[in-house]
Design a binder for this molecule. Structure first.
Ligand code: CMP
Length: 167
């Protein structure tokens, strides 16, 4: 098993599996002024923001990020969309972070995404669907490494979360 992946699997607090996941706000969310609103949802849940940056994604980065979708009918439209304006990248940490973030984000198609989720509340269309979130630890590790170096990921903990949420 890949060393980074093994390190991820070994990060434990008690019985809770502490994971890191990767997510980014697509250009329409940045342009609509939704960064604070969406990041607040993750913070209030108790997830730890351990890295973040606002960038203009390059064509090469977008192609690598979405390599698993290459050949699908929506691939080029997706790459064109995520490179069309600024995106806000995040690395989030917490118990079962991959699943927790996916649940907060909601279904890929905003038409069926539940109200209360990011896509359920802020999107109507499947390509500009507000936000991307990695669907597995493996993909999270691969995706975040496209945009962040290991030294850009900050190691810290919040006393309140540790005391009240990580029991
Ligand atoms: P995202 O979470 O960024 O991962 C892949 C993206 O492809 C997805 O969100 C959608 O924005 C986009 N997409 C466009 N059409 C489809 C489709 N038919 N099925 C899945 N994803 C799609």
């Amino acid at each position: 098993m890949d060393r980074l992946l093994r390190q991820e699997r070994e990060r434990q607090v008690g019985l809770l599996q502490i994971e890191r996941t990767f997510s980014f706000l697509k250009p329409e969310s940045v342009m609509r002024g939704l960064i604070g609103e969406i990041v607040t949802r993750f913070e209030k849940k108790g997830l730890l923001l351990v890295a973040a940056k606002l960038i203009q994604m390059s064509e090469e980065q977008a192609q690598r990020l979405y390599a698993i979708h290459k050949g699908k009918p929506f691939f080029q439209e997706l790459v064109t969309h995520v490179t069309s304006g600024p995106v806000f990248l995040m690395v989030l940490e917490g118990p079962n972070a991959v699943t927790v973030v996916r649940n907060l984000v909601g279904a890929t198609n905003p038409v069926v995404a539940s109200p209360g989720t990011v896509r359920g509340d802020y999107a109507l269309n499947i390509t500009p669907n507000a936000i991307h979130a990695a669907d597995s630890i493996e993909n999270a590790t691969r995706e975040l490494s496209i945009f962040f170096t290991p030294d850009e990921i900050v190691k810290y903990s919040k006393p309140t979360e540790t005391k009240y949420l990580l029991k």
